[in-house]
Design a binder for this molecule. Structure first.
Ligand SMILES: [Zn+2]
Ligand SMILES: [Zn+2]
Length: 317
């Protein structure tokens, strides 16, 4: 099969089709996303060698239960050991021995085929377009951020960062009834939340005032500084950025105002698919381009352009 393979350099290669083990499915990938985490992988930061890509929608080609064959699916990206203490106490996503699709010890979605355990698969509802379903993973992460922040109708929230994750998070927060401001750098991105009631502002033009909840999804160290400037005492800051590097954090900035600082990673895929299937969120305006797998590294390169939204790889194109 054809796949994009990374070993310090990203190249289109011919690889053997992966073989599913017991309890696993072979999935024919339809579309795969290129997200900021993948771009970090391509800088070598995760020490990953193999096929990158963790956001996908595909069709089950082989499964232990034949009823699954031909069904469209998305997949939980963490493959845990299943028997350690964390796995047994509801923390499987934090299993120390976990493999993560396209990120850690497991070939990912920038390929014609991938393999995942059946337990990781979530069926895509009938009628939901693949171009929307491929956003299930980042949308689930946005739902997790809203949940970690305890958002609700009386919340005044600020999302920092107008990339795909920031935009999706601002939309999800708005669906809870919260008043939501989005701070970013691209006027055309800031307008994408209008239909959900999200007010967008260039970072320097944010109105005065404090927020009950700030979600930091800017992917840059300055985001946390802004978050701590704007959070109210005893408010919650949710961190979503996973860039390499350090943030200088004066402890008094957290201690004195008694701010809660929460990290947040993956979220509930089934809930994300429900929102998409109901049509409450339509992520398709976030598609920057669809690039065929045959174009090799051109897709990820396009995603690296400043201000790029989601580039999708058409894995059979
Ligand atoms: Zn991602
Ligand atoms: Zn485990």
């Amino acid at each position: 099969m054809r796949a994009l393979y990374f070993d310090g350099e990203l190249r289109l290669r011919e690889l053997p089709e992966p073989r599913p083990g017991p309890g696993e499915a072979l999935i024919r990938v339809q579309l795969a996303g290129v997200c900021r985490t993948d771009l970090e992988v391509l800088k070598g930061y995760h020490g990953f060698t193999g096929v990158p890509g963790h956001e996908f929608v595909g069709e089950v080609a082989e499964a232990p239960d034949p009823a699954w064959r031909g069904r469209r699916v998305v997949g939980e990206i963490n493959v845990s050991c299943g028997h350690c203490r964390r796995c047994r106490t509801g923390l499987a996503r934090h299993c120390a021995a976990r493999r993560v699709l396209g990120l850690r010890g497991l070939d990912g979605a920038w390929a014609e085929y991938l393999v995942l355990p059946m337990a990781n698969l979530v069926a895509v509802p009938e009628g939901l377009a693949e171009e929307a379903a491929v956003f299930a993973e980042p949308l689930a992460a946005a739902l997790a951020a809203a949940e970690a922040g305890g958002a609700g109708g009386s919340t005044r929230a600020l999302v920092i960062g107008d990339g795909v994750l920031g935009l999706l998070t601002s939309w999800v927060l708005a669906l809870t009834g919260a008043e939501v401001h989005l701070a970013g750098h691209y006027r055309e991105h800031l307008g994408l939340g209008e239909r959900y009631g999200v007010q967008g502002f260039l970072e320097g033009e944010l109105p005065a005032g404090e927020y009950d909840l700030v979600v930091e999804a800017s992917g840059s160290p300055g985001g946390l500084t802004l978050a701590l400037e704007r959070i109210r005492p005893q408010g919650t800051v949710v961190l979503k950025s996973t860039f390499q590097g350090e943030v200088g954090l004066p402890p008094a900035g957290l201690v004195v105002p008694e701010v809660r600082l929460v990290g947040s990673r993956c979220g509930p895929l089934a809930a994300a698919l429900r929102l998409l299937a109901r049509g409450w969120l339509d992520p398709r305006p976030l598609i920057e381009a669809v690039v065929p797998l045959s174009a090799g590294p051109a897709g990820p390169e396009r995603a690296r352009q400043p201000g790029s939204l989601r580039v999708l790889v058409d894995c059979h194109g």
